[in-house]
Ligand binder design. Structure first.
Ligand SMILES: Nc1nc2c(c(=O)[nH]1)N[C@H]1C(S)=C(S)[C@@H](COP(=O)(O)OP(=O)(O)OC[C@H]3O[C@@H](n4cnc5c(N)ncnc54)[C@H](O)[C@@H]3O)O[C@H]1N2
Ligand code: MOO
Length: 408
């Protein structure tokens, strides 16, 4: 029996497997919202500064700060400056009513919020010769300077950035309508097993619904991959081989990566192992639980990963191997945030296996386990927001012990 491979060694093997497949990816230009979840193909530099002009952070009065001594001063009220208007220059001795986001008039260098003015309401726009009492204010107060968020020409987003709501919002703020994104990696996802049926079909004795397909397709899409689904393969290896051949023909737009689930352990009908015979694929144990049995190699020169069949094993395999490898090779998606947190309860773990438990981070910052270690516990997984990492040499941890937690 082969010696189990470490988690780090297997992750490195996945990185090496994907490195060739992801070289020189083509890119295309998409409208911003269609680029959601994609990876930026080029560095984007700011075509304009943000903010584009000095503007007010408050509803109040734009003033020349040097017009107001420490004791305060009474100033004439100038014409109001609504947001969107290009104001006239501010004359000495005047204060201009200004609204949040409105352009600071030339000559003004500070804003006094309306609450600090006497009277503390804006005069009627038609009022003549109105005056206002204002306290002293330091230059720059409540002024949002042109270019203080980003200067014109500065690097806004580096190539490889995964485009989420905040990144797309920035591009819109910069006035862009389209963005150059990498063509996503195309992944063929095949779930396997005679017992597995599509959700919505009839559930007869001995059958279960396919959760792996949805779980992994959702994970992959979130990570920016394009997923090609080939349904559920039964336990006949010839039909699985036919499916894999049809998606890996070099003359017919082959997929970039193949991921299967199930059929990799030691049962009598391990369809994936059988389908891969004659191809350079290793089936090996990784010293990890869940997700111990793994397949890795190529089928018709296309990188292949065989995840074990249990749903939690699939999710853990994706999070521990494929997602980090994509981050390393493509620069996206961003790695999961890692935190060191204390355990809300004691935990035991098998000697020699890196265990990945599912947990919930509590408001007090401790982490509580959701369900036991079993890799079939999809309900407990659905309650979790974190993967709790317990190294292979650790067998017992007390309540309060520190553990590494990956936020999902
Ligand atoms: N004698 C041994 N038996 C098993 C070992 C072992 O080392 N020796 N390893 C166990 C571990 S750990 C795992 S993980 C599984 C991996 O098995 P397979 O990858 O061959 O997967 P299957 O046998 O096809 O399925 C395992 C389990 O998952 C359910 N399943 C499969 N596909 C789906 C799906 N699409 N959606 C939902 N659930 C699915 C399946 O019904 C089984 O319950 O092997 C252990 N056995
Ligand atoms: O290693 Mo298996 O993935 O626990 O159930």
């Amino acid at each position: 029996m082969s010696v189990p491979r470490s988690v780090a060694a297997h992750r490195q093997a996945v990185v090496e497997l994907l490195t060739g497949a992801t070289a020189a990816r083509a890119s295309h230009r998409l409208p911003l919202l269609e680029a959601l979840g994609g990876a930026l193909a080029v560095d984007v530099h700011a075509p304009i500064p943000l903010p584009p002009f000095d503007n007010s952070q408050m509803d109040g009065f734009a003033v020349r700060s040097k017009d107001i001594p420490d004791a305060g001063a009474e100033l004439w009220v100038a014409a109001p400056v609504p947001a969107g208007a290009a104001p006239a220059a501010l004359r000495p001795g005047f204060a201009a009513p200004i609204m949040t986001g409105a352009m600071i008039p030339e000559g003004a260098d500070a804003v006094v919020p309306i609450e600090k003015a006497t009277p503390d309401t804006f005069p009627d726009a038609t009022a003549r010769d109105a005056v206002v009492d204002l306290p002293a204010v330091a230059p720059g107060t409540y002024v949002r300077n042109r270019g203080s968020d980003i200067e014109e020409g500065a690097l806004a987003l580096p190539s490889g950035t995964l485009l989420g709501p905040a990144q797309l919002g920035l591009l819109a703020a910069l006035g862009m309508t389209t963005v150059e994104v990498r063509q996503p990696l195309r992944v063929l996802l095949v779930t396997t097993g005679d017992e597995v049926v599509e959700p919505g079909e009839e559930l007869t004795a001995g059958k279960i619904f396919d959760s792996n397909g949805t779980l992994l397709e959702a994970s992959m899409r979130q990570a920016g991959l394009a997923v090609v689904r080939a349904g559920i393969s039964d336990d006949d290896p010839t039909s699985l081989v036919t499916v894999l051949r049809s998606h890996t023909d070099p003359a017919d737009n082959p997929v970039d990566v193949i991921v299967t689930t199930g059929g990799v352990s030691k049962g009598a009908y391990e369809v994936v192992r059988q389908a891969m015979s004659g191809h350079p694929v290793d089936f090996l144990p990784v010293a990890m639980q869940p997700g111990g049995p793994q397949g890795l190699g190529t089928f018709n020169d296309v990188p292949f990963l065989g995840f074990p069949g249990n749903p939690v094993s699939c999710l853990v395999s994706f999070e521990m191997f494929l997602r980090p490898a994509l981050s390393e090779v493509l620069g996206a998606p961003a790695p999961r945030p890692v935190r060191n947190l204390s355990l809300a309860e004691p935990v035991t773990s098998p000697q020699g296996k890196h265990q990945v438990r599912r947990g919930t981070v509590e408001p007090d910052g401790s982490v509580r386990m959701e369900g036991g270690p079993g890799s079939h516990l999809v309900h407990a997984l659905a309650r979790s927001n974190a993967l709790v990492q317990i190294p292979g040499d650790v067998t017992e941890l007390d309540e309060g012990a520190e553990v590494e937690v990956w936020m999902l």
